[in-house]
Write a protein that binds this ligand. Sequence first.
Ligand code: NOJ
Ligand code: CA
Length: 709
Amino acid sequence: MRILFLVLMSISSTLIHAQRLQFFSPGKNILLQLDLGNQGLLQYAVHYKNKPVIEASSLGMQFKEPAVRLDRFKLLRVDTSSYDNTWTPVWGEYATIRDLHNEVKLHLEEFNGSGILVNIVFRIFNEGVGFRYEFPKQPRLDHFIVANELTEFAMTGDHTAFWIPGDYDSNEFTYNTTKLSAVDASVSKTFSEIAAKTFFDKNAVQTPLMMKTSGGLYLNLHEAALLNYPVMNLVLDKKNLKFSSHLVPDAVGNKAYLQTPAQTPWRTIIVSDKATEILAANRMILNLNEPSAIGETSFIKPQKFVGVWWEMHIGTGSWDYAGSQSGAALLPHGRHSAHTENVKRYIDFASANGIDGVLVEGWNVGWEDWFGKWKEEVFDFITPYPDYDIKELTRYAREKGVKIIMHHETSASVTNYERQMDTAFRFMKEHNMNVVKTGYVGYIIPRGEHHDGQWMVNHFERVAKKAGGYGIMLDVHEPMRPTGIQRTYPNWMTSEAARGNEFNAWSSGNPPEHETILPFTRLMGGPMDYTPGIFQTRMSTYDSSKTFRVHTTLTKQLALYVTMYSPIQMAADLPENYLEHMDAFGFIRDVAVDWDETRYLAAEPGDYIVTARKAKGNPNWFIGAITDENSRKINAPLSFLEKGKKYLATVYRDGKNGHWDHAPADFVIEKFLVDQKTIMRLELAPGGGTAISIVPASAGDLKVFKNYK
Ligand code: NOJ
Ligand code: CA
């Protein structure tokens, strides 16, 4: 169905006069304005509820081959259409997702006679705007080498930004909160301790970039459907408060190689006057991605897992056989963790607690050389260490009803991994495994390529495709940050691509505000394997000389299972630490990993988030509420519950003296009867959180428990 667009000035194909075109989102709150100057300069601007959000900003491309600057255009034709369709994700935060937008396609030709054809396509949603460049088959050249993309995003003022420094290889930073004018990637206090650091410009930041204007608008810039193209960083022109795209280069400094027909990812602008609506608008990014390319998806199963993992990060165990390679080089080295008896201990714990998977890191030969030695042949992914009886463990796991999760640390030796991949995936299937956690620690081998360049973007897509063909699910560490392509490759369940919980084990770690920012930034593009669930927060427990710690209360770790979405979630702590608090572990056991419905009850980036989600296929709801370093009282109305029904709420909250620093394990568990009219008064400790499970009350519950007051 066609809908009416408001076109203020007429579209002429003669191009003698400057033209202005205006288009609205279906709900009319977003206005896209396009200006074509009489010298062919094309600029776009975005308004939200009559307020400017993006000022006039230019569009274009600098090509190296052919040597053409594509920034002046002749308008050949404008196509408009509207779209309203509801689709069903394989897994996710919602049972179904509505894609409602208006599309404007500008058919353009380069102004100065090169003959280059380009379409710039805009999709206008009620949540924001996405646009991309499309290069159809060309009359002359059929390929382009991109030297730079010339997309601008002009800000309307000196907004508050939640940023991490621009980088070609890592996103494992804590966030800086400053005015745009104060962005300085060179003095960022938040360098990544282990990750490659490829500083290139002190005014560069990464996306998703979250901002707040002095007028109370929330604004998020990112990209969608990043395939066969490099990651976009943003470089700020501080005088004009204008961002320009900066693409991650390849080993010889080129940005991208495009064979026509080709297209860039979508550049996304999400805006709202409510922070909670920004979080919900991650659906716009999914809508800009293509449907599943994996034909057969029945093998894909959201799940929880434990792992032989935290021991290496806290330094009581090691990846390598000799026991010298732990994550915490400063801690005393323990023993090789991935030995048969130790793995059985984790299998037993998983089996007893309804956990599907057991990750085992350090099971295969090669960890002596895994990092920093720049060797190309490190791992073969099929040769276990002598103390890892893979046949026996395959049998044992099967008997106990759990699956071992494979670990492929590539050590960033990517061509080596591509050579081994088929063998490695076949080996997994032979041993009854269908989930692999991959890793790319260090600079990419062969050297020169970057984690975020087109070459690696294509590698990750090949892995997703190939794994899909084998019926294998992926949890990828150290990839580029997601852009919604989990819609297209739903077997790519989750990624790290940000600073995870592990940093707390061996570095200054993540401040309490970190998890209140991530959903507004990194998670806008897709799920994160944050590895929540650390109950023993003090590393001094393992080595009295250590001050490292997780900056959290115990119940905040529970709330993260709801606030940090991932369809595959780790319970990251040691079984012995869980055995000490099996009452609190009850929440991890019960919480869902796949959802019908998601509601953001309250949120402010850097301060707090309260998220409620309904489990897929059953009436249970779960709430996660987290705060930064400040204590907080927040009301959570349960109006989403079914009318007239009584539910039993189990509340896991911080105790009276709870505090991330001096009383992280002071917590209380209470049960109440609640219904649709209940308003829960949440009290979060500094660095704290509340987790609530809500299930239909049984006849017995109605007798035993009191109404929440
Ligand atoms: C870094 C990953 O983030 C971590 O989870 C893993 O244990 C190590 N690399 C070793 O592969
Ligand atoms: Ca990592």
